[in-house]
Design a protein around this ligand. Structure first.
Ligand code: ADP
Length: 463
């Protein structure tokens, strides 16, 4: 099924919300304002009719016992133009003044005008002329009866209609502008969100094709898209590094394997061709090369074991000090060969750990220290306790590790530039194994520059 583009969906949703909101606001506010206005007009009409009745009553001449007909006439004509049709009676219901008798044509013209306009513009209110009777009083005395007919429930004159129309028009214009503006805004925001996503999609497609050099632009305003872009760049960077390490590892492994294999095959070839006698020394030399090979294979296996998630620890009480002491003894020959002086300092520190694996970590650190320290150097091991942790420090006066490489030496197959030039280097596996073991014990391992330019490895384990 063809998928909708995110930009299109977002723009549509924004536009829909805008239309819906504007519609609701317009309808409700329009409806509310119209109702309020109609209520007001209705009220004014009732009050105006009452005012007319009161004004006529106040013109009753008590002494003469009659109304001032000129005044009534003036008031009647004024009222007629306002849509009120008057009929005045005395107390005995004798007709004194009637708008219809007076100017029948004008009366019908005005009434028809109101009815037509109201039926045309507001057919829903279904109004008609209704007559209301007012008992006129002069002081306490009844002085007559006034009948006022007007269009009920209410009617609007021309200017009031214009006002309502203008109001509704303004509401629709504001609504229309809001819809256009929100559609634009929606499109703009959608574009701002989707453009970086498109960039990320392009980049990840390239990455999946093996091009790890691509980077996504990070000049983005939104936190999430910025984080997404940075994460993708981080991932590309890591993959690039991994790729580099993988290539290097293949090189290193090939190199590591080539030397013993070449040596063994040339020995054996010469023995087969009877060029060389298979003396015990020569066989021993072949055996040594084979041991190097199986050592390398064992290293690879140990790495696999140590890095597997469910590494099983056979924990017991271990004193790091005495463990370091006994391992240092096993290195005595290597120290003597290079005339290296090795010392153990500190105090006993007990941890709950897998003795064999922690021993492996100490062995790795010491064997590195020996490998990368020249003749007549120093190696020192320090064990101490600090609050809730035991600390083991192995320091040497060897070739050292540059600041940039200090965190990387724990990566699989990573070897520093300095160490590559040495014959003694391994395949860059030992420290990855050590790190995996320390982490399985919930501890940490890090590397610093030693005081005399060498290296210092610090292992911290919880007590
Ligand atoms: P390797 O078998 O190559 O020694 P490791 O994982 O033990 O592998 O060490 C990784 C790299 O870290 C080494 O190749 C070396 O470059 C560097 N390194 C480790 N220990 C030391 C040290 N004590 N002094 C200098 N460099 C070291």
């Amino acid at each position: 099924m063809k998928k909708l583009r995110l930009k299109t969906s977002l723009s549509l949703v924004f536009a829909f919300i805008a239309v819906f909101t504007v519609f609701l606001v317009s309808v409700f506010s329009g409806h509310f304002i119209n109702r309020q206005f109609e209520e007001y007009v209705k009220q004014s009409q009732v009050e105006e009719a009452a005012d007319i009745a009161e004004s006529i009553a106040s013109n009753y001449d008590d002494e003469k016992g009659s109304f001032n007909i000129d005044y009534v006439h003036g008031m009647g004509m004024y009222a007629l133009r306002e849509g009120f049709i008057l009929k005045l009676y005395d107390n005995d219901m004798n007709l004194l003044w009637d708008a219809q008798n007076h100017d029948m044509a004008l009366c019908h013209e005005i009434m028809d005008g109101i009815i037509d306009r109201m039926q045309q513009e507001m057919p829903e209110i279904k109004g008609d002329f209704v007559t209301y009777s007012y008992n006129l009083k002069n002081g306490e005395k009844n002085c007559g009866v006034l009948e006022i007919s007007y269009f009920t429930p209410y009617y609007l004159d021309e200017s009031q209609f214009q006002f309502l129309k203008a109001l509704n028009m303004i509401l629709w214009i504001v609504g229309g502008i809001s819809i256009v503006v929100s559609a634009f805004l929606g499109f703009f925001i959608a574009k701002r969100i989707t453009d970086p996503i498109s960039g990320v999609i392009k980049a990840t497609t390239k990455i999946s094709e093996g091009d790890y050099s691509v980077r996504v632009g990070t000049n983005l305003k939104e936190q999430e898209t910025y984080e997404l872009a940075t994460a993708i760049n981080g991932m590309a960077e890591k993959l690039n590094e991994q790729e580099y390490l993988r290539k290097q590892m293949t090189d290193d492994l090939a190199h590591e394997l080539r030397t013993p294999v070449t040596n063994i095959s040339s020995y054996i070839e010469m023995m087969i061709d009877d060029i060389m006698e298979p003396t015990p020394e020569r066989l021993k030399s072949c055996y040594d090369e084979l041991s190097r090979l199986s050592g390398l294979i064992a290293d690879l296996e140990r790495l696999e074991n140590a890095e597997s998630d469910n590494i099983v620890l056979n924990k017991q009480d271990v004193d790091l000090y005495s463990l370091s002491n006994s391992i240092l003894h096993s290195f005595e020959n290597s120290f003597n060969e290079k005339n290296i002086s090795a010392n153990l300092y500190g105090e006993s520190a007990h941890v709950d750990a897998d003795e064999m694996r922690i021993g492996q970590v100490i062995t790795n650190l010491l064997s590195n220290a020996v490998k990368y320290t020249d003749e007549n150097g120093n190696i020192s091991v320090l064990v101490k306790k600090e609050r809730d942790k035991a600390i083991l420090v192995v320091e040497d006066t060897g070739i050292g590790i540059s600041k940039e490489e200090q965190s990387r030496v724990f990566e699989r197959f990573y070897r520093t530039d300095k160490s590559r030039t040495r014959k003694t280097g391994g395949a860059g596996i030992g420290l990855s194994i050590s790190k995996a073991i320390v982490q399985a014990h919930e501890g940490t391992i890090r590397c610093e520059s030693g005081e005399d330019g060498g290296s210092r490895f610090i292992v911290e384990l919880p007590i």
